[in-house]
Design a protein around this ligand. Structure first.
Ligand SMILES: NC(=O)c1ccc[n+]([C@@H]2O[C@H](COP(=O)([O-])OP(=O)(O)OC[C@H]3O[C@@H](n4cnc5c(N)ncnc54)[C@H](OP(=O)(O)O)[C@@H]3O)[C@@H](O)[C@H]2O)c1
Length: 435
């Protein structure tokens, strides 16, 4: 039988045998799962001392040890002897004040809050360093997939220049359902909502806001760049039609919401939105609500991280792993310091050079292709292929033009000119093709 200190949550503690005291703020899906893992581990290294939630009485659980203090008073937690505060309430207000208050009180913080870290991560890391504490946020991107710890420790010896990922499980569920069942977007969204994979108002997910906040955090941890999430262009998946999967398949591809960031000198090329990806590629094979992150490094080459991007238990594993890391460093004594990270503010650009997929819905009439070709030629854009499947209603005919690689900025004026054409019955759908 292993003794308790060699259990999965135990670790060597050469300087102190005192347990690390943990205060949990936010006892919802993830908070409950964290408390459960801590309780079931029997660890002597991590001890849950406080659970704080608004209207806390209704939250009490019989399986939580009697010595844990239940409270709805955040300030009493910040004034307590807890070594680490775990912020799991989400959102910016009051989470930001709580995290700042904890760090200023000399407590390390573990959080799963992507909005908070995407907006204030660099400042909060500096605040933590000034107070000799640590701030860990491994669960804030890709839930239980340990990509952030990998970026901050396992890959920090490399010089990373690219990160790309499927970071939003809701979008991936919807796109892979349209792909497999050829159902309309609206039906796939309703199904995702009925199964609990999408919120009633899923705009943040569908329109890319969620993914670009996560991309900003990945860029902070892996590329050491300070990126305001709003500075990254986000394109919606709402415009994807079942027919786009037919045309993508003809090109050997499928469609996924991809978040990508490429660092070239002082410019960070960044974009979030639906892209064509090869059907047999790692991205093309990610189904349902899984997450995948690929990193590219100068020395180590490409790495892949795949797994459950959400859910109480997988996310709680990431939180508890952060807690173990923090506790181990605290036990190393007063010399241990949080990592402030060297960050710089790059120029943000979405001017990627790629091949493109342009899908038109038109009212059929003679001369349509000639007119489109004329506009593309006038903008010095080269057509690679024209695809038109038979059997569609001539009043709403979908067809596709693919373009040879060109910069986004060269394509936009041509799209602008095409938007005024009288045979067009929907705006042209323009997707990068990633090879
Ligand atoms: N769930 C996931 O799969 C997942 C994945 C990755 C990251 N995360 C992140 O993890 C964090 C927690 O998510 P969750 O899913 O556990 O959320 P949740 O189920 O909504 O839990 C949040 C808890 O915080 C409490 N709370 C909210 N505002 C509070 C306040 N001002 N003072 C005190 N307590 C407050 C809520 O109380 P009430 O019961 O009164 O509302 C609730 O118990 C978020 O940052 C989220 O983005 C979650």
């Amino acid at each position: 039988m292993p003794d308790k200190d060699s259990n999965p949550l135990g670790f060597a503690n050469p300087h102190s045998s005192a347990p690390c005291r943990i205060a949990l703020i936010g006892f919802g899906t993830v908070g409950r799962a964290v408390a459960k893992i801590l309780g079931e581990s029997g660890s002597r290294a991590l001890r849950l001392t406080h659970i704080c939630n608004r209207n806390v009485e209704r939250k009490k659980q019989p399986w939580v040890p009697n010595e844990v203090v239940w409270t709805d008073d955040v300030q009493s937690v910040l004034n307590s002897e807890a070594d680490v505060v775990v912020e799991l309430i989400g959102g910016l207000d009051p989470a930001e004040q709580i995290v700042r208050g904890a760090l200023e009180a000399g407590k390390s913080v573990v959080t799963a809050n992507k909005q908070l870290i995407a907006r204030h991560g660099p400042d909060l890391l500096q605040l933590a360093a000034r107070h000799g504490c640590q701030l860990e946020f491994g669960a804030s991107v890709a839930g239980g997939v340990p990509v952030l710890p990998a970026l901050r420790t396992g890959l920090c010896g490399d010089r990373l220049h690219g990160i790309a990922g499927i970071l939003n499980g809701t979008c991936n569920y919807i796109l892979s359902r349209i792909e497999s069942a050829r159902i309309p977007f609206s039906e796939a969204l309703e199904e995702a909502q009925a199964r609990g994979y999408a919120e009633a108002d899923a705009s943040e997910d569908l329109d890319g806001g969620d993914a670009r906040a996560k991309l900003a955090i990945l860029a902070l941890a892996g590329l050491h760049t300070r990126v305001a999430p709003e500075s990254v262009r986000a394109r919606s998946i709402r415009t994807i039609d079942a027919v786009d999967f037919d045309y993508a398949a003809e090109l050997g591809c499928t469609i996924r919401q991809i978040s990508r960031a490429d660092l070239k000198a002082d410019t960070l090329f960044a974009d979030v939105g639906p892209c064509l990806v090869p059907a047999g590629s790692p991205f093309g094979r990610v189904l349902r609500n899984l997450n995948l992150v690929l990193t590219s490094g100068q020395y180590g080459g490409d790495m892949a991280f795949l797994g459950a991007g959400a859910g109480g238990d997988p996310t709680a594993v990431a939180v508890v792993s952060d807690l173990m890391f923090v506790a181990e460093r605290l036990s190393a004594g007063p010399g241990a310091r949080g990592v402030a990270g060297r960050v710089f503010t790059p120029t943000i650009s979405n001017d990627f050079e790629t091949p493109w997929y342009l899908r038109f819905f038109v009212r059929d009439q003679p001369g349509i292709l000639a007119r489109l070709a004329e506009i593309l030629a006038a903008h010095r854009l080269n057509i690679d292929a024209v695809l038109q499947k038979p059997g569609f209603d001539k009043a709403a005919l979908p067809f596709v033009i693919t373009l040879e690689p060109c910069r986004d900025s060269l394509l936009r004026p041509a799209l602008e000119q095409m938007s005024g054409l009288n045979f067009s019955i929907r705006p042209c759908l323009c997707l990068p093709i990633l090879r």
